[in-house]
Design a protein around this ligand. Structure first.
Ligand SMILES: [Zn+2]
Length: 332
């Protein structure tokens, strides 16, 4: 924390001056009392991937300077972290991350001994229910003659973020839970601005609960509930809104699906009458495309929200995802 922060009228200047920072600048750049960028915001916070960055921006407002630990637009699985970023971490007030998801970030946290706010307790508390739901959905799809080489999350081969599904932000109520943690973290580090963190945080929690309501209502009555995806990033969404996720490539988007798995998913698509396979940019799109062509179905985008492009934000992308689901699953 910088004790001269009261000199600064706004954090926008400091935010704009930070190279590589993807915080949007909609907060404006009106008169700052100090030209010293480092004194513009009370806290400097590192964020390990996009949904955590979004929460930090909304709760922190102008009182926090956000530094993204990996380049914007880079998908976080297997992401690298630069030596300069590791050095910068040593002066951050706190780092928002999810342990057992990005090995490079885990290592940098250990090296720097920086203070952290780990989202892992949310994964710990919910991933078992996600795995059970997935297993039930999968069994519902099972056909006896098939020898499944598709493994569940517990022993999925080749992924590197622990045994539990990390993608908790696909359930907005769980991102709201993390928002509560972030309010407490910022308030403890910067008590002078605690009321502002609380107010902005509660606004975000309201937005996330509204989004949850939109998903619940929007997916209440659909002709189909089977969700065929490339990268299995939607387990928490499937649990929250009672969908059955079947993925080509598993939890890790880097893993190439086996030909046997592709055939299996194609058979399931045909059996269940699905009209759509959902893909994101992270899975080998050609596999999904050729599967869709083979099965005579459409391809639609469902964004895992592990990174965003400029101008997008979590709420906007989630609303697009909801519309894609409502079309692809024929919801009324
Ligand atoms: Zn992922």
């Amino acid at each position: 924390m910088n004790l001269t922060r009261t000199m600064a009228v706004t954090g926008a200047i400091g935010t704009l001056l930070l190279a590589g920072c993807s915080t949007d600048a909609t907060s404006g750049s009106d008169t700052a009392a100090s030209g010293d960028a480092s004194s513009a915001a009370a806290l400097t916070v590192g964020t390990a991937f996009y949904p955590l960055q979004f929460v930090a921006e909304r709760v922190g407002g102008d009182d926090v300077t956000i530094e993204t630990l990996i380049s914007p637009g880079v998908e976080p699985h297997d992401s690298e972290i630069s030596p300069a970023t590791v050095r910068a971490m040593q002066t951050m007030d706190t780092v928002l991350y999810l342990s057992d998801f990005q090995p490079a970030i885990d290592a940098a946290v250990e090296t720097t001994e920086v203070r952290t706010l780990d989202a892992h307790h949310i994964v710990d508390e919910n991933s078992e229910a996600v795995a059970i739901h997935a297993e039930e959905a999968h069994e519902g799809h099972d056909h006896a003659e098939d020898d499944h080489d598709h493994e569940d999350a517990e022993d999925h081969d080749g992924h590197d973020h622990g045994s539990a599904d990390p993608h908790f932000w696909q359930d907005p109520t769980l991102l709201a839970e993390y928002t509560t943690d972030v309010i407490a973290e910022f308030s403890e580090l910067d008590p002078d601005n605690a009321a502002a963190y609380e107010e902005r945080g509660q606004e975000l929690i309201t937005d996330l609960n509204d989004l949850d309501t939109a998903f619940t209502e929007g997916l209440a009555t659909c002709e189909r509930r089977d969700l065929y995806v490339g990268h299995e990033a939607f387990g928490y969404m499937a649990l929250a809104y009672d969908l059955a996720q079947e993925g080509l490539s598993g939890i890790d988007p880097e893993a190439e699906p086996s030909p046997a798995r592709v055939r299996e998913v194609r058979d399931l698509v045909l059996e269940t009458g699905a009209t759509t396979i959902f893909t994101d940019s992270e899975v080998s799109a050609s596999v999904a495309d050729s599967l869709a062509e083979d099965a005579g179905v459409e391809v639609a985008v469902l964004d895992p929200l592990e990174s965003v492009v400029d101008g997008d934000d979590y709420l906007g992308v989630m609303n697009r995802n909801l519309e894609a689901l409502r079309t692809g699953l024929a919801c009324s």
